[in-house]
Design a protein around this ligand. Structure first.
Ligand code: IMP
Ligand code: MG
Length: 179
């Protein structure tokens, strides 16, 4: 049985739908940052596939860096406790940042991150998230570049995991045996 065609997972957003939307996001970002030096900051681990596709649609001389944040243990509910598992490797003072996230769920991780980054005095900070679950937001997070709004369901694939697995699915899927 192939995991790419698993009985436990139903396709929510196909690879084609993802690619089409990501090309649009890349074009918007390219237009908005014409005269600015942009650092694209990927939030590991979930961003790695989305970011890889997105940056290839940004037609600008960007710099990329990564931060590792962890707010989920082995469960599917947000703890609100955020751990920095890897910090940026560069100084961001007076730089324009675009944070690339896989999903904004409660928004607690992003809220913590924004507060943390503000202390480093960047010129601007904007957010690009592939997915958002507005019904679950506990804090208000401005998402300038949003791929898709989804319902309050746990999703996997295209970088998103369930307990570490399924990140390599080429689509966004719903795990049918998980709430
Ligand atoms: P938040 O702090 O509740 O916004 O959650 C942020 C992080 O939780 C995301 O960056 C994901 O890593 C993870 N997460 C939230 N919802 C899902 C989901 O449906 N599938 C997989 N991971 C999720
Ligand atoms: Mg994440």
């Amino acid at each position: 049985m192939s995991i790419f065609d698993s009985a436990n997972i139903s396709v929510l957003l196909s690879a084609e739908e993802l690619q089409q939307r990501i090309a649009e996001l890349g074009a918007d970002i390219t237009k908005d940052y014409q005269d600015k030096d942009l650092i694209v900051v990927g939030i590991l681990n979930g961003c790695f596939i989305f970011l890889a596709d997105l940056v290839r649609h940004i037609d600008l001389p960007i710099v990329t860096d990564f931060m590792g944040l962890s707010s989920y243990g082995a469960s599917t509910k947000s703890s609100g406790i955020v751990q920095i598992t890897k910090d940026l490797s560069m100084v961001i003072e007076n730089k324009h940042l675009l944070i690339v996230e896989d999903i904004i769920d409660t928004g607690l991780t992003m809220s913590y991150l924004l507060e943390n980054l503000e202390t480093r005095r960047p010129a601007s900070v904007k957010i690009c998230s592939l997915l958002s679950k507005p019904m679950k937001h506990k804090v208000s997070i401005p998402i300038e570049y949003l791929g898709f709004t989804i319902e309050d369901k746990f999703v996997v694939g295209y970088g998103l995991d369930f307990d570490g697995t399924y990140r390599n699915l080429p689509y966004i899927g719903l795990v049918t045996e998980v709430d």
